[in-house]
Design a protein around this ligand. Sequence first.
Ligand SMILES: C[S@@+](CC[C@H](N)C(=O)[O-])C[C@H]1O[C@@H](n2cnc3c(N)ncnc32)[C@H](O)[C@@H]1O
Length: 214
Amino acid sequence: MKDKLSTSEEGQRKDMENYYRFQAKIYDATRWIFLFGRFSVIRKIPVNYKDNLQILDVGCGTGVNSKALALQFPNAHITSIDVSKDMLDRAAEKLKPFGDRITLINEPYQSDTKWNNHFDIILFSYSLTMINPQWSELIEQAKQDLKPNGYIVVADFHDTKMGFYKKFMRSNHVRLDGHLLPFLKQRFRPVYEKVKNGYVAVWQYLMFIGKKEQ
Ligand SMILES: C[S@@+](CC[C@H](N)C(=O)[O-])C[C@H]1O[C@@H](n2cnc3c(N)ncnc32)[C@H](O)[C@@H]1O
């Protein structure tokens, strides 16, 4: 199996655009089977549901989590960003009923100063393990883009002991090396953290909520 982890920012964007050109068509029908933890971690976000929140959904894909966020936080504005136009087109359909409560942006999330201290919540759901090599930079960027006391919320693959599965995931642009959690815990104060087994422990997935304290 060919290792398809990107080694440059530009390569990563192109890989995502190409990969999701076809995958977007089958995404919603297939991913619910194994992308665990997405909705449970959203339900655990410790803020008042009535607040006028600013939320960023990074790598929003087809918009399933943006929809869950919009329903859970009826007064929130959600910015949903994705590098893949094919995925975002599907999100646009799904999120139409929410009107201007959701803004869709077809760009990569990247190092920038435009959103300094702007968001109350930033969600990365199954995007960070595909953002190679720049995943740690974008966690730092999220810290910059969050308001003081804002929350980073992550659901993603964590690790695997099975070499074949690690290789298989790398051939699908996913890095499964237990690398995210230690870095998240170092950069944010953990308020919720759980690692759980996927099917018969072939892989583990993580859920994390961390608070920006300085
Ligand atoms: C596995 S999908 C997850 C989609 C959605 N968050 C979910 O939980 O179903 C990963 C998404 O991240 C997007 N993505 C990857 N790299 C990105 C980047 N640098 N900036 C923005 N989106 C990115 C991909 O295009 C894809 O839609």
